[in-house]
Design a protein around this ligand. Structure first.
Ligand code: NAP
Ligand code: G3P
Length: 487
């Protein structure tokens, strides 16, 4: 089991230079559970000076780590995966209470993270470089050979969101480390304790001191400082579009990977298998209470089959368990009151503008019942804004071209689903959607994690996915050998 190195009396520390350290500020941030308000613990409110020290410290062992053979880097990730699995129940229980994630999904997040570590280690070992002959290009010569390897960028700033504080931290940390970088992790404040358990696993797996440091504290207070710090060589951010745009404006010449918000559409054609479609939409829209960037956040359904689809959706939504994540409820209290109030605002706006409330719109504190609207129109905020909660609007359309036009009018472009049994319709629609990924006859989702995962427009910049993330956080280094033919 985990040694409680990073915590004493529920005061969680940061990893700095291989040791668990409290902030000199003496300031801590209490973390209460959105499930029952109980105190989970305190995290450090680090000062800018301490953030600076943490970044500078990542430089101390960077060269040694960059020169560490890739198979040895991989061994650290394999060991970290094993430690995570051994402590999966402990970490999952923290996730349940810290971010109100149902136990089944919390365990899945930890197991998925272990899989991510192993797969990243496997792929990282494939970074073997290449040799390119000069004779292939007009005017070149076979006596010129370019030996190309991939080298690290330096210190990666990894910033992760509350809804996957373990998995969306490792999705940055693991590829960065395999690429030979050092990492400064800024976890979400609500989710930081879960993320620190991941960091403890990586530290116990034998990472050299200073190659992974953490900085906890409110993003609104120390975020700009770390984002603009001259010691940061790459920023890997997952979170809201608003914060992502803010970071992008500050980042100047520092390369970025941004995974932001979404408003994923499920387009349902007349010939769709409506039972399978309803299964996918309900799972896609209401898993983790809709707090997923890839959640299905609007349905664009052909009017001729809308009534039949709604019957199936209603049956499935009524079967969803609402309540305590410790009892594996599907719908659990949202992360905080601000989030719940925002969802309620969108619901009220839709009702005020004439949408048909099919079911839901019940609230107890931050626990909102799964809510379904029909006849949502384009003047309603719910048609365009990202609720990040358990509410789903249906917009009826008359043609596939109308569905494509509405889908593309969104500021977001993460994913879309198309439900049809006609391969020609599937490709006609998929080829015209301005998104990173189109799922055919499946809910929108990020996994499996070796697939490319990207958002366009307001949904992000750059591409995640194991191989893609390693490439994003490394660069080519070419050494050209010029052979002199002795006459
Ligand atoms: P968020 O409020 O943007 O916060 C994300 C992270 O950024 C947190 O660690 C936060 O720290 C930090 N942060 C906040 N202000 C910052 C600043 N000025 N500089 C640097 N860092 C700053 O997002 P969230 O509420 O955690 O997650 C929900 C949002 O993220 C939704 O919009 C969702 O769609 C999006 N998301 C996207 C993906 C994807 O893969 N595309 C995945 C998950 C979530 P604090 O916690 O201390 O504020
Ligand atoms: O919002 C988190 C995003 O990465 C979605 O992941 O696997 O739930 O589709 P997933």
């Amino acid at each position: 089991m985990f040694s409680q190195l990073h915590c004493a009396n529920k005061i969680f520390r940061n990893l700095y230079n291989g040791e668990w350290a409290e902030s000199n500020s003496g300031q801590t941030i209490p973390i209460h559970s959105p499930v029952d308000g109980s105190l989970i613990g305190h995290i450090q409110a680090m000062t800018k000076e301490e953030a600076d020290r943490a970044i500078q410290n990542t430089k101390t062992n960077l060269t040694e780590w960059a020169n560490t053979p890739i198979y040895k880097r991989a061994e650290v990730l394999y060991r970290a995966a094993d430690i995570l699995v051994k402590n999966a129940e402990t970490i999952a229980d923290v996730l349940v209470m810290e971010i109100s994630k149902d136990k089944k999904s919390a365990l899945s997040e930890v197991e998925r993270t272990a899989d991510f570590l192993r797969y990243t280690a496997d792929v990282g070992k494939g970074l073997e470089g290449e040799a390119i002959g000069g004779g292939n290009f007009p005017g070149g010569s076979k006596d010129k050979i370019s030996y190309v390897t991939r080298v690290p960028l330096g210190t990666v700033l990894a910033i992760s969101p509350f809804n996957y504080p373990v998995n969306l931290s490792v999705s940055k940390i693991a590829p960065a480390l395999m690429g030979g970088n050092a990492v400064l992790l800024k976890p979400p404040t609500q989710g930081a304790i879960s993320a620190l358990y991941l960091v403890q696993a990586m530290n116990e797996a034998g990472l050299p001191a200073g190659i992974l440091n953490t900085v906890t504290g409110k993003g609104s207070e120390i975020g700009d400082y770390i984002v603009t710090h001259p010691g940061i060589n790459f920023i890997n951010f997952t979170g809201s579009t608003g914060v992502g745009k803010h970071i992008s404006n500050l980042a100047r010449m520092v390369p970025l990977l941004l995974e932001l918000g979404g408003k994923d559409a499920a387009i349902v054609m007349e010939d769709a298998d409506l039972d399978s479609t309803a299964d996918n939409i309900v799972s896609g829209a209401f898993s983790y209470s809709g707090q997923r960037c890839t959640a299905v956040k609007r349905i664009l359904v052909m009017d001729s089959v809308a009534d039949e689809l709604i019957k199936r959706l209603t049956d499935r939504i009524q079967a969803l368990k609402v309540g305590d994540p410790r009892d594996n409820a599907h719908i659990t209290p949202l992360i905080d009151k601000k989030a719940a109030d925002f969802v309620q605002e969108l619901i009220d706006d839709a009702i005020n503008k004439g949408a048909t409330l099919v079911m839901g719109n019940h609230r107890e504190g931050n626990l909102l019942s799964p809510t379904l609207f029909d006849n949502v129109t384009e003047d309603m905020r719910l048609a365009w804004e990202e609720p990040f909660g358990p509410v789903l609007p249906i917009i009826r359309v008359k043609s596939r071209d109308e569905a494509i036009a509405i889908a593309n009018r969104s500021e977001y472009g993460l994913q879309s689903s198309v439900f049809t049994q006609n391969i020609n319709d599937a490709f006609y629609i998929a080829n015209r959607l301005e998104v990173g990924t189109v799922q055919v006859n499946n809910k929108t989702e990020r996994g499996p994690d070796h697939f490319p995962f990207l958002g366009v427009k307001a949904s992000g910049m750059g591409t995640q996915g194991v191989k893609y993330s390693i490439e994003a956080m490394t660069r080519p280094k070419a050494v050209v050998i010029n052979i002199e033919e002795h006459s």
